[in-house]
Design a protein around this ligand. Structure first.
Ligand SMILES: C[S@@+](CC[C@H](N)C(=O)[O-])C[C@H]1O[C@@H](n2cnc3c(N)ncnc32)[C@H](O)[C@@H]1O
Length: 284
């Protein structure tokens, strides 16, 4: 049993090393991260943010035509699923995606044939257009300065438009794991902290947070070194370019063993509205 355990730890460690060397190579296409994200999210169950986001969009915008900016939306699949949940009163939806991963563009265009995709970091994104909805689902962690990113998102909204940000909550088990890997930093920003920033942002009002409790199948991480390594890669939120060290992997595995299956993944969907009155006109 101990031997099997050692082999498992070794397998996870060698996957971490090869993921880090791909990440650091000049020819990294980003496919490795996309695959890691798929393996990680395949272990999710329970509630999801999508119905909450769909409800936030549907109940707050009553225009015939809406413009949505999806920040860190990757290949657009999450937003596509959200929009498919809405009984659609709008005659037209214009979607703009901003995500540095160029390889996500082709799938994004499949989901939104008339959409625009900007393969840049949000920090570098410049645009004269203003949006009815600005959305950042599980992507704020990656920004250099989350408070600054929120101010920028608020500035890209039309008066009356809505900002929607999803992150883990203070109490989320995955956040605790992230802090074991990376310590405390802007990358561990929680829904409660996001709400606090929105409350301090002059351009925004009515900040609110709605929680949902998803599940994570920890046992499927512990059965497959590929899945555990992929989950740790996504959870590290790019906090380091170095592979995880063996003692950290050991510590994480012992915590996961204590946790048992179906750990809770508590996330918050944080919303706020741009001050000012909407004139009901939109479009570029
Ligand atoms: C965890 S994924 C979330 C993807 C999608 N929103 C979803 O929920 O399925 C985080 C995304 O943020 C993107 N990202 C990383 N750094 C970013 C930055 N500085 N600006 C914008 N997006 C970024 C990544 O490329 C990735 O697609």
């Amino acid at each position: 049993m101990a031997k099997r355990n050692r082999e498992f730890l070794h397998d996870v460690h060698s996957r971490q090393e090869s993921a880090a060397s791909t990440r650091n190579s000049a020819t990294d296409s980003g496919e490795g991260y996309a695959r890691a994200l798929r393996l990680f999210t395949n272990t999710f169950g329970g509630d999801s943010e999508k119905p909450i986001i769909a409800q936030a969009i549907a109940s707050s915008i009553q225009l015939q035509r809406i413009a949505i900016l999806d920040v860190g939306g990757g290949d657009g699949q999450c937003l596509r699923k959200v929009l498919d949940l809405i009984e659609w009163p709008y005659s037209r939806v214009d979607v703009t995606g901003v995500d540095p991963r160029i390889e996500s563009r082709s799938t994004f265009v499949r989901h939104f044939p008339h959409g625009q995709y900007h393969p840049v970091r949000f920090e570098e994104f410049a645009c004269a257009e203003r949006f009815d909805v600005v959305l950042a689902v599980q992507s704020l962690y990656y920004m250099d300065d989350p408070a600054r990113a929120i101010t920028k998102m608020a500035g890209l909204l039309r008066p009356g438009g809505i900002l929607i940000v999803t992150t883990w909550a203070d109490s989320c088990f995955l956040r605790a794991l992230h802090r074991m890997i990376c310590g405390d930093s802007s990358r561990s920003i929680s829904a409660e902290e996001v709400k606090g920033i929105m409350e301090m942002t002059d351009a925004l009002q009515d900040a609110d947070v709605e929680y949902f409790a998803g599940k994570v199948s920890v046992s499927s991480w512990l059965q497959n070194p590929d899945v555990l390594s992929a989950s740790l890669t996504v959870l590290s939120r790019d906090c380091s370019s170095a592979p995880l060290r063996m003692p950290t992997i050991e510590l994480i595995v012992s915590k996961l063993n204590e946790k048992g299956d179906n750990a809770e993944r508590v996330n918050g969907v944080v919303t706020a509205r741009r001050r000012g009155v909407s004139h009901g006109m939109n479009g570029c």
